[in-house]
Design a binder for this molecule. Structure first.
Ligand code: UDP
Ligand code: MG
Length: 308
């Protein structure tokens, strides 16, 4: 019989783990003839009783295991750790708050049997989300798909079912700065999506705020696109050429009708404008250098303190 590993990152999720497990175990029961489930929970340095709950459920069920990090390393690190220890023929990543409905696994597994390598999920709508967040999310996907070669699907969740081969390919990407949405798509393979209605969290609170999402989207741009660097280069070139024209103009005016002191206001504006642009460009370049810096240190993505 084929085995399915469920990789579930948890950060301050004491309130949701048991609910998640019982909901998923219903699906496990339904599919028991075709698939044997095993669970890998990753405690991502939670500050609440998450680890105790995990120890508890791991001793209660043979097919439930957990890893516990020495501190909060972020969801990306938790996903990586889970994928690394998962041994199933099929592997799925799921949020523990039941925003990724476990019932969908039945339909997703069917698609795998039809020959797909990856079955992703996407939300049919963004109901229940603040409009401003939807607006920024849409803008992010619009922009990143314009400027990056790696396609990222709007509304696609991290919840996806993958074959062993796909997971091995993802693990073969050794970068330390991991932007999963991009990595999952970069490896390719035959992919399909199932849609479902957006759901609210069963309990607990989201650990993302506007600022963390904004920083996360910047990571997406920097890790999967060189467009920001091209932007600096081309605007730089444009201003350089314009300034040459300007110098020619000033010299000719001086030689023909003489110099003048009027126009200092526009001059200051131009200096400020160009100065600002230079700082922006330096900032963009700095972002890339920072990524290279972190990458060359080859630090581990996470540190495991306890296994069970
Ligand atoms: N998560 C994690 N580490 C973090 C933040 C979140 O492992 O630093 C987990 C969290 O426990 C949940 C999943 O990632 O299982 C998604 O988080 P959340 O529900 O807060 O995000 P949202 O659904 O609001 O995007
Ligand atoms: Mg959630």
């Amino acid at each position: 019989m084929k085995r399915l590993s469920l990789v579930v990152p948890c950060y301050n999720e004491e309130a949701t783990i048991r609910t998640f497990l019982s909901a998923t175990q219903l699906v496990e029961k339904k599919m028991e003839k075709e698939l044997a489930f095993d669970y890998i929970f990753i405690n991502d340095g939670s500050k609440d009783q998450t680890l105790d709950v995990l120890r508890d459920v791991a001793s209660q069920f043979d097919n439930v295991h957990y890893l516990s990090f020495s501190r909060n390393f972020g969801k990306e690190a938790a996903l990586l750790a889970g994928l690394e220890v998962a041994t199933g023929d099929l592997i799925t990543v799921m949020d523990v708050d039941l925003q990724d409905p476990p019932e969908l696994l039945v339909e997703m597994y069917q698609k795998i049997q039809e020959g797909y390598d990856v079955v992703g999920t996407r939300r049919a709508d963004r109901k229940g989300e603040p409009p401003i967040r939807s607006f920024f999310a849409r803008s992010f996907y619009f922009l990143i798909n314009k400027i990056s070669d790696t396609e990222m699907v709007d509304g696609a969740r991290d919840f996806r079912l993958m074959t062993r081969q796909v997971v091995d390919s993802i693990l073969s990407l050794s970068e330390v700065n991991r932007f999963s949405k991009g990595l999952f798509s970069w490896v390719g393979f035959k992919v399909t999506y199932v849609s479902y209605e957006n759901r609210e969290r069963v309990a607990g609170e989201t650990s993302w705020n506007f600022w963390s999402l904004f920083k996360y989207s910047l990571d997406g741009f920097i890790n999967f696109s060189e467009a920001p660097l091209n932007f600096s280069m081309w605007t730089g070139t444009l201003f350089f050429l314009t300034s040459i024209l300007g110098i020619v103009f000033v010299v000719i005016r001086k030689l023909t009708i003489g110099g003048s002191v009027t126009g200092w206001a526009s001059l200051v504006s131009i200096i400020l404008f160009i100065g600002g642009l230079q700082l922006l460009s330096l900032g963009i370049i700095g972002k890339y250098i920072a990524k290279i810096f972190l990458e060359t240190k080859k630090r581990p993505v996470y540190i495991i303190k306890e296994k069970g």
